[in-house]
Design a protein around this ligand. Structure first.
Ligand code: PLP
Length: 389
């Protein structure tokens, strides 16, 4: 996380720096940068100008000052940075974290590891649809509270404003995973203290960069900046410059692309909702969705991810395998490809059958991430394949 100027030559395209070592003018300059890495570049793990340009851009997207973003090697490394930093003894916060169980399977599994193998209490909120349940979980104290909204893969929506208020009542931070809906939802403006992204997904949109980010509000930074800076560098949870570069190249169309993802996903969701072979469609901007009113309050549109339930696991298996216009792959937010997956056996396979059923990921559930292309072919193929099930 740097505040230094990026490009002395003012290239129009963000310059790509792949070098990992930077020459000092003097011993004194080297000592100053090692003392405060925000003052310049020394070594790739301590900062890189292309990654700084990415961090500055993302700070602007979220309306926070430069220096409020930590770019990381993946979304999961942003989560582990958060965990290491906020549960550090030196911060003096409770060694206890409160988590919504409705999260990406990899995040869930990382938190299972923290819970099973480390000296920290990891509390999963019993029923995240009940504010009472949130309050009960947060009240004994927490280093931070973590939720994902919209959720992957069930597209549930949680009330950021109200949960942030509960978190603040008990003197903790609310961190929101906004991976599915960058720019369509502004968690910091709704009262959250930090945002977590898998940059790999909708922020990059071209499947060309694995990355993550943590973005803090001024209040969050005031307490955690020094510690998180230290853990960022010391654990090596840093973003590769190529991931930063490719994501920056695609920056200008982010808003427009997110709106098009939303329009495409809504179109597909509406068609699926009317299909006799589909039991239930999960998309927050369907007026029939239980999440619709809240989604409209806290998001401008729903993003490119939807999921739906068929009548049987066998039907789900056949559908994801047969479609030609959607590729069977574990990823979301790609602008060129429709991507389909069976979450229970892949992205969420580390959850036990009981855990899966608790978060309503059934064997019949299929997740679909739409591209920015025309939806006609996908829609007619879905109809054809569904009719055969
Ligand atoms: N958060 C969400 C909502 C995700 O979907 C993912 C990955 O799919 C992650 C976090 C983890 O990100 P990464 O794969 O970049 O580590």
């Amino acid at each position: 996380m740097k505040n230094t100027p990026v490009d002395p030559f003012r290239s129009i395209v963000p310059p790509l720096y792949l070098g990992i070592s930077y020459e000092f003018n003097s011993v004194e300059e080297g000592a100053q940068i090692f003392e405060n890495p925000a003052l310049g570049y020394a070594y790739g793990r301590m900062g890189n100008p292309t990654v700084t340009a990415f961090e500055k851009w993302l700070a602007k997207v979220e309306g926070v000052k430069e220096g409020s973003v930590w770019a990381t090697s993946s979304g999961l490394s942003a989560l582990s940075l958060l965990f290491w930093g906020l549960t550090a003894k030196s911060l003096g916060r409770p060694k206890r974290v409160v988590i919504s169980p409705y999260i990406y399977g990899g995040s869930f599994h990382q938190l299972q590891l923290w819970r099973n193998d480390h000296d920290c209490e990891v509390v999963f909120v019993d029923n995240p649809f009940s504010l009472f349940s949130w309050e009960k979980a947060i009240k004994p104290g927490a280093a931070f509270v973590f939720l994902e909204t919209p959720t992957n893969p069930t597209l549930d929506i949680f009330d950021i404003k109200t949960i942030a208020k509960i978190a603040h009542t008990y003197n903790t931070f609310l961190v929101v995973d906004n991976t599915v809906t960058p720019v369509l939802q502004k968690p910091l403006e709704l009262g959250a203290d930090a945002i977590l992204y898998s940059v790999t997904k909708a922020l990059n949109r071209q499947s060309t960069g694995l990355g993550g980010a943590l973005i803090g509000s001024p209040r969050f930074l005031q307490e955690t900046e020094k510690t998180l800076n230290d853990y960022h560098i010391s654990t090596g949870a840093i973003m590769h410059p190529l991931s930063a570069y490719f994501t920056l190249l695609n920056r200008t169309t982010l808003q427009r692309d997110m709106e098009l993802f939303s329009a495409n996903a809504l179109q597909v969701a509406q068609v699926l909702e009317g299909h006799t072979k589909v039991k239930k469609v999960h998309y927050p901007f369907l007026p029939s969705s239980a999440n619709y009113a809240l989604a409209r309050r806290q998001m401008t549109s729903g993003g490119g991810l939807l999921s739906f339930e068929l009548e049987s696991f066998e039907g789900a298996r056949r559908l994801v395998k047969s479609l030609q216009s959607a590729r069977l792959a574990p990823h979301l937010g790609d602008e060129n490809e429709n991507l389909i997956i069976h979450p229970a056996s892949t992205t969420h396979s580390k959850l036990s059958p009981e855990e899966l059923s608790k978060v309503r990921i059934s064997p019949e559930l299929v997740r679909l991430s739409v591209s920015l292309g025309e939806m006609d072919e996908l829609i007619s193929e879905l109809d054809e394949v569904l009719k055969t099930l």
